[in-house]
Design a protein around this ligand. Structure first.
Ligand SMILES: [Fe+2]
Length: 320
């Protein structure tokens, strides 16, 4: 389990901590959650959870806010009603939500829905190992804790009634994103980059992009890149070489690359993936790069300076 590079979300061996939500009054289990990656570093990045959410006819949308921390969830199958800031919309596969502190959010699931999350400065997940251990000792612990008013997230979870929300289209809710409506888009040779979360929406810590690659697109990093990476593949096949070993990532796979690890990648088919580490300042880099004329773009030193300025460890990239 240590030093996992290729992480297939459907492989139970990759589920660190499994939990289910306490049953509703009608006895429905809404959430089956799996912690795939625990957070790391100053801003508690690189955490990843995967959940199967179920329809519960007696469920109310527990619309709530957190007063610290950021949650970004991908809807990768099924459909849900998403409540936020007085509005409600139906979200389906391909939509994602980026929830900032004080933004109210709640969900009802229409059917079995894949709901995958990444986090920043979000401390609730820190309790998951201890909660898992407690439940191994006492399988009824979560119901008992709820009955006694003890909740792992209670200190930063404020519930509101959202039943008067106005029904809108997904794009009318601020938190809802879809790469088909990118915040910015840059078409490069062999790859189109689409921003779905901006750095100004994460306290400057990171940004989230989808890369749509053409078959044969290849990227080489510097010998010892200082940033770790977390990629989430949603379509196609991408071959990564990390520490000299090859890994083929497909839909439902994460690729987690430690800092300093020598790495490269090649799209074996047309492919789509998200950069979830998001430390590279892609927006400013691509904005500045796209303003260069052809002569300046072929000036390797000038482009290299731009990449260094914005924390990009990729040495060369392009089509087959
Ligand atoms: Fe939340």
């Amino acid at each position: 389990m240590e030093n996992r590079i290729l992480i297939d979300l459907n492989d139970r061996a990759n589920w660190l901590y499994e939990s289910t939500s306490p049953p509703t009054a009608g006895g429905y289990i809404v959430e089956e959650n799996r912690v795939i990656l625990m957070p790391e570093g100053e801003h508690r990045l690189f955490a990843f959870t995967d959940a199967v959410m179920h329809h519960a006819p007696d469920m109310l949308p527990f619309t709530h806010e957190h007063r610290s921390g950021f949650e970004t969830f991908f809807i990768d199958g099924g459909s849900m009603e998403f409540y936020s800031q007085g509005k409600v919309a139906t979200l389906t596969k391909g939509d994602l939500v980026h929830i900032q502190p004080f933004v109210t959010h709640g969900m009802l699931f229409n059917e079995d829905t894949r709901y995958r999350g990444i986090f920043q400065d979000w401390k609730v997940i820190d309790s998951f190992p201890e909660l898992f251990r407690l439940k191994e000792y006492d399988p009824d612990a979560s119901s008992k804790m709820a009955a006694q008013g003890v909740s792992a997230s209670q200190y930063d979870f404020y519930i509101h009634d959202a039943s008067n929300s106005v029904r809108v289209r997904p794009e009318e809710i601020d938190a809802v994103r879809n790469p088909s409506r990118p915040l910015a888009e840059f078409a490069l040779e062999g790859v189109t980059m689409r921003m779905v979360v901006g750095r100004w929406e994460t306290n400057g810590v990171r940004e989230i992009w989808q890369a749509e690659m053409k078959e044969g697109f290849h990227a080489e990093w510097n010998d010892f890149p200082v940033n770790p990476e977390l990629f989430y593949i949603t379509e196609g096949e991408v071959e990564f070489t990390v520490y000299g070993r090859k890994y083929i990532a497909r839909e439902d796979c994460l690729v987690k690359i430690p800092k300093f690890a020598p790495r490269s990648m090649t799209a074996l088919t047309d492919a789509k993936m998200y950069d979830l580490g998001g430390l590279t300042m892609w927006y400013l880099l691509l904005l500045d790069y796209s303003s260069l004329d052809a002569a300046k773009r072929s000036d390797k030193e000038a482009v290299g300076r731009l990449k260094a300025q914005y924390g990009c460890g990729i040495k060369s990239a392009g089509p087959a």
